[in-house]
Design a protein around this ligand. Structure first.
Ligand SMILES: Cc1ncc(COP(=O)(O)O)c(C=O)c1O
Length: 375
């Protein structure tokens, strides 16, 4: 049975205030997220750090939930504020191995940390908005130690088949940004042979800002020491030993000091919320809404630049002559999308519905009418 989408919408106050088609920029949080953070802040306000132990337990429960979401083990997860921080920790671990293979649709959080350290990054070309996986094959691609890629591209929503990429990666590290996919599509790090994956929590996960995580495989953790350590990176922090570093074997070693409890609890509530709906059901709903939107746009004569088929995601890039004006026109009518160089990016998440799409398409048609009237 399909989840009760209309009922679910009621958990998102943002969708009654706006036509919210902007999850790829930032997803609104459902009520349980604020409630989880509210409980923590009330405890802090009323009792200081009396509940420290229970917060630590809560943090570990969240770690388990995040791990289960992506098919990892809890000791492979570290909490980080955002993707960029997570990916920099990965570059610290594997950067010295050599060049990186990425592509020209990629978000700079995935490429710049390597370039900054002087590591060559080969950008493979996209053809008609798609980077073909064959171009990453060991035989055809420039030599590289690492493949660094987003599961879903911020630029046009192109979704990559991570399982296929995992099959052709060979000895190379596979490093992934999950920021445009985790919370929207199921991800299984083991099945896809992913070595490291970083994700923000504020987009499709609907957890708000500062609530990211980093997965690093046990194998990679065992082989590589972190560059940065803190007093909580060690096995017995409360021994307060100033003379030696006995590193934690787990990815928790990357959490250097006191925890950022509020975003972690927000992430925990969001992951629990999404998991209760079911990631397969969420992905199916997103694809259904995306196909509905694509068909409606094309019927009205708009050009959809996002790839379809197996590359389809929750993002739809529509070509428009005047992205700035169009975005403002939509915003004045309460419709939130992202302005892009080529047009606008419309995101459809599970909390959206066909009515949101109809409102947005009608406004785009109306706006186009004002332009042709003016010329
Ligand atoms: C693929 C991808 N990775 C990462 C990010 C964001 O990076 P961060 O979480 O460091 O802000 C974005 C933002 O648009 C993105 O699209």
């Amino acid at each position: 049975m399909a989840p009760p989408w209309d009922e679910i919408r009621r958990d998102f106050p943002a969708v009654t205030r706006h036509v919210y088609l902007n999850a790829a920029a930032g997803g609104p949080t459902p009520r349980p997220v604020r409630e989880a953070v509210g409980v923590f802040l009330r405890e802090l306000e009323e009792d200081g750090d009396l509940y420290w132990e229970s917060w630590i337990e809560h943090r570990e429960a969240v770690r388990g939930r995040v791990a289960a979401l992506i098919g990892a083990e809890a000791d492979e997860i570290a909490f980080v504020p955002n993707t960029s921080t997570g990916l920099n920790l990965v570059v610290d671990m594997v950067g010295e191995d050599g060049a990186v293979l990425s592509h020209e649709l990629e978000f700079p959080a995935v490429t710049l940390p390597w370039i900054h350290r002087g590591i060559p990054v080969h950008l493979l070309p996209a053809v008609e908005g798609i980077v073909r996986l064959e171009s990453f094959s060991l035989a055809g691609a420039p030599r590289a130690a690492t493949i660094a890629i987003s599961h879903v591209e911020f630029s046009n929503g192109c979704r990559q088949d991570l399982e296929a990429l995992g099959r052709l990666k060979a000895h190379r590290h596979l490093v992934v940004s999950g920021s445009q996919s985790v919370g929207a599509f199921p991800v299984d790090v083991r099945r896809c042979r992913i070595d490291a994956l970083a994700s923000a929590g504020h987009k499709w996960l609907c957890a708000g800002y500062g609530a990211g995580f980093l997965y690093v495989s046990r194998e990679l953790l065992a082989r590589r020491a972190p560059r940065m350590v803190g007093w909580l990176s060690v096995e017995r922090p409360f021994a307060f030993d100033n003379r030696q570093v006995r590193l934690l074997p787990s990815n928790r070693r990357h959490e250097l000091g006191c925890p950022n409890f509020a975003p972690i609890f927000a992430l925990g509530a969001a992951v629990e919320y999404l998991t209760n709906i079911g990631m397969e059901a969420i992905a199916a709903r997103i694809l259904e809404l995306n196909m509905y939107l694509t068909a409606r746009l094309e019927r009205e004569g708009f050009e959809v630049l996002s790839p379809g088929g197996e590359h389809r995601s929750g993002q739809t890039l529509v070509a428009l002559a005047d992205p700035r004006e169009a975005t403002e026109y939509l915003q004045e009518r309460g419709i939130l999308v992202t302005r892009k160089r080529e047009g606008v990016r419309i995101s459809t998440h599970f909390f959206n519905n066909e009515e949101d799409i109809e409102t947005c398409v009608a406004a785009l048609v109306e706006h186009r009418g004002t332009l042709s009237g003016a010329s």
